[in-house]
Design a protein around this ligand. Structure first.
Ligand SMILES: *Cc1c(COP(=O)(O)O)cnc(C)c1O
Length: 418
């Protein structure tokens, strides 16, 4: 792939002209003219379809009031299940194994409280030390709720280089004291993508249930949850799925586990046909929908419908293909232009495309924060992650190769001028 890249601007233009997804850029609202938005792994942009579905639902509320729940063409009552079924192909699941509900951290609590059953000497949860902090906070509180001490019962696989986690070390930590494994599909800083089928298989060989936080991969990377036989997963929808700030999240429960009683129960997890019987005996739906807790947050779900339509139309395999090309091109330009003195940047993301998700970690030892702020000043939106990482996420649906070329020139200029 490297062979087709040069540092010349014409190369970027040629790559754009061969881009089969280029038409999708027009279907998004790109921020103010002149800005280069490379932060879709933190907050994806608004698409026209997402705006349409949001406005439709607002109209439904305006026109139908309470009847929106049951007596309109697409009743809100089934919205979580419908959006789950729409998203299922993105993760290789059956429609009834996915539901749009709650938020990421809430879904983590709900699923961990279901699958974490410490018994005898099997009492610990295995995670890794480069996890997104909310996952660790939530896991610790789940351990405390079992009357156990997180200092003893949370095992964090260490990182050898501060960027990535060696999968062999994860497997070595799967001892007979581990009651549950919870890992991210991709690390939020370096973008390392884990081999989910391999780690799932190793966990299951040892009879340990395993769940995945897929915030940093769904919408950028295709998954095959059923084929890989993972136990559960959850992910947000506002990053690569473009549902908007605070958009409704997702959860997946493997159908093998539909009979399990959800750890956190609420009336929206009730068997749908009988929910309005208002019985005090809880009976959960035997689907991912059984893990819903509260009334669906309809207005935070509505943009997701249009956002998913756009992604499904583009096709997740096409998205992944272009995403790999975008990150490969970015890494190539960094290597060629920004690694020598006086630039001194380092690529902190795995170079094997199968080992990374949709962003590239550009590291700079002392000045990363300042450079990230300076980039914003020049209209390039990235984000800084403590202590030394500038995350750059070129998104297949709306970023161009030329924007990457421009961003690298701007980074070079920032250093040249200083
Ligand atoms: C973005 C992200 C979250 C966010 O959690 P919220 O509950 O949606 O605020 C959680 N985990 C990971 C790995 C993330 O990247």
């Amino acid at each position: 792939m490297i062979d087709e890249f040069t540092t010349d601007e014409n190369c970027a233009i040629a790559l754009d002209s061969r881009d089969t997804l280029s038409e999708f850029r027009e279907q998004f609202y790109l921020p103010e003219k002149g800005t280069i938005y490379l932060d879709g792994n933190s907050l994806g942009l608004l698409s026209k379809q997402a705006e349409i579905s949001l406005l439709r639902v607002l109209d439904e509320w305006k026109i139908h009031g309470i009847n929106g729940w049951l007596d309109i063409e697409k009743p809100w009552f089934y919205y979580g299940e419908r959006l789950g079924a729409m998203a299922a192909p993105l993760v290789g699941a059956l429609p009834e194994e996915v539901v749009a509900t709650g938020t990421t951290t809430i879904n983590l609590h709900s699923l961990v409280s279901t699958f974490y059953q410490p018994i005898g000497t099997r009492t610990k949860i295995l995670a890794d030390e480069l996890d997104f902090p909310t996952d660790i906070y939530a896991i610790k509180s789940q351990i405390r709720l079992q009357g156990l001490n997180p200092e003893e019962h949370l095992v964090l696989v260490p990182s050898d280089d501060g960027r990535t986690i060696d999968e062999k070390n994860i497997v070595d930590s799967m001892t007979d004291e581990i009651a549950l494994i919870l890992l991210p599909s991709a690390l939020y800083r370096s973008g390392q993508l884990f081999d989910i089928p391999y780690l799932t298989q190793e966990a299951h060989k040892r009879n340990i249930p395993i769940g995945w936080d897929c915030c940093h991969s769904v919408g950028a990377v295709p998954h095959k949850f059923d084929e890989w036989d993972i136990d559960f997963a959850f992910w947000c929808s506002y990053k690569y799925l473009n549902s908007g700030p605070g958009g409704t999240a997702f959860l997946y429960v493997n159908k093998r586990h539909f009979h399990k009683i959800p750890g956190l129960t609420g009336w929206f997890g009730y068997v749908k046909e009988k929910q309005f019987d208002m019985s005090l005996e809880f009976e959960h739906a035997k689907s991912a929908g059984g893990w819903q807790i509260s009334s669906s947050n309809i207005l935070c779900s509505a943009p997701l419908e249009g956002a998913l339509e756009t992604i499904l139309k583009a096709g997740i395999d096409n998205i992944r293909k272009k995403s790999i090309k975008l990150t490969s091109y970015l890494i190539y330009l960094i290597d060629e232009i920004l690694t020598e003195k006086p630039y001194n940047f380092v690529v902190g993301t795995p170079r094997d495309p199968n080992k990374r998700t949709g962003h590239v970690a550009l590291e700079h030892d002392k000045e990363a924060k300042k450079i990230s702020e300076s980039l914003k000043h020049y209209g390039v939106i990235t984000d800084f992650r403590h202590p030394n990482v500038i995350r750059i996420a070129p998104v297949a649906l709306y970023n161009s190769f030329h924007e990457i070329w421009q961003a690298v020139q701007i980074i070079k200029n920032i250093i040249d001028r200083k």
